[in-house]
Design a protein around this ligand. Structure first.
Ligand SMILES: [Zn+2]
Length: 313
């Protein structure tokens, strides 16, 4: 059996937005602790991923923005309001490695070397737009990797599923008129960042390749599973993706402080079961998960574990 890779590096703990910030290094520690016994499980391998090159980041970001982040980090860091926190010197190498992890995961899973992969990375990515950080995101890791698949592997149809409780405006933007990379999102709405209405369905070549399923405050497992089963599955039948990329934010959890959606830990396991079915039916079993949000440490650790177990099967 092909191993499932867990990609992680301590550099992700050195990126620090400032005291009391919810997007903190302890988030990743909660997940690695929760997955720690998998180090003895031969179905998994733990991988120290490489950095992405600035040119790879520039597949979806402007080179000027990439260089601006580099310069500010090398100069010792600075307050950066677009990030709702600080840049520190380690932010740039951590952000390069976060994108590099998702690229490496796509490379190895596409080639059939790994049976799937979970990139445990910080900073997260799905709010970052072409020429700016946004939310707690610096470079849009999943968008960079999806574009890399199109450019390098000649992927004709990639599906991104984003179940972070916040709409992934940056990822939607990157592929809104693209057509090769489809974007599906469940998220609380209205809520930060304000985008994600069901009327946003793509433009030009991308018409129909963007599907938002907004959830209301108070919704939980039933509503999100119905979005997966009744909206995502039939849409996927039409689109026939070759590869499944997952923006996994666990901030829709009932115990998360940043939302009013009430998904349970077991709900994440059931969502993973649906995504496994989609990957098996359409994508030759190829899936890559990257971490986005999730701000209750216990819920984050438990849900990551449940989700991974659900998709590995
Ligand atoms: Zn989020």
């Amino acid at each position: 059996m092909k191993p499932v890779a867990i990609l992680y590096d301590d550099i992700f703990l050195k990126h620090d937005l400032g005291p009391g910030h919810p997007e903190c290094p302890a988030r990743l520690q909660a997940i690695t602790e929760s997955l720690n016994d998998l180090r003895q499980d031969e179905r998994y391998i733990w991988v120290d991923p490489p950095e992405a090159s600035p040119d790879d980041i520039a597949r979806v970001h402007s080179p000027q923005y990439v260089d601006w982040i580099r310069q500010n980090c090398e100069a010792g860091g600075s307050v950066y309001p677009a990030l709702e926190g600080n840049l520190v010197p380690e932010t740039y190498p951590a952000a390069l490695k976060a994108a590099g992890a998702v690229i490496q995961a796509c490379d190895k899973v596409w080639d059939g070397e790994w049976g799937g992969a979970f990139a445990l990375v910080r900073p997260p990515g799905h709010h970052a737009v072409k020429s700016s950080a946004m939310g707690f995101c610096v470079f849009n890791n999943i968008a960079v990797a999806a574009q890399w698949l199109v450019d390098k592997k000649k992927a004709a149809s990639v599906l991104i599923v984003d179940f972070d409780v916040h709409h992934g405006n940056g990822t939607q933007d990157a592929f809104y008129s693209d057509g090769k990379v489809a974007y599906f999102s469940t998220h609380q709405w209205p809520h930060y960042p304000g985008t994600g209405s069901k009327r946003e369905d793509g433009e030009g070549n991308g018409i129909g390749a963007n599907l938002n399923v907004p959830l209301r405050a108070g919704d939980g497992d039933d509503e999100i599973l119905s979005a997966f089963n009744d909206r995502l599955k039939p849409w996927t039948e039409e689109r026939k993706p070759e590869f499944l990329l997952i923006s996994a934010g666990f901030d829709a959890h009932e115990d998360d402080p940043l939302s009013e959606i009430r998904v349970t830990t077991d709900g994440y396991r059931q969502m993973a079961n649906v995504l496994k079915e989609i990957a098996d039916d359409h994508c030759m079993g190829r899936w890559v998960i990257t971490l986005e949000g999730g701000y209750n440490m216990k819920a984050l650790g438990d849900s990551s574990r449940a989700f991974l177990e659900g998709i590995v099967g």
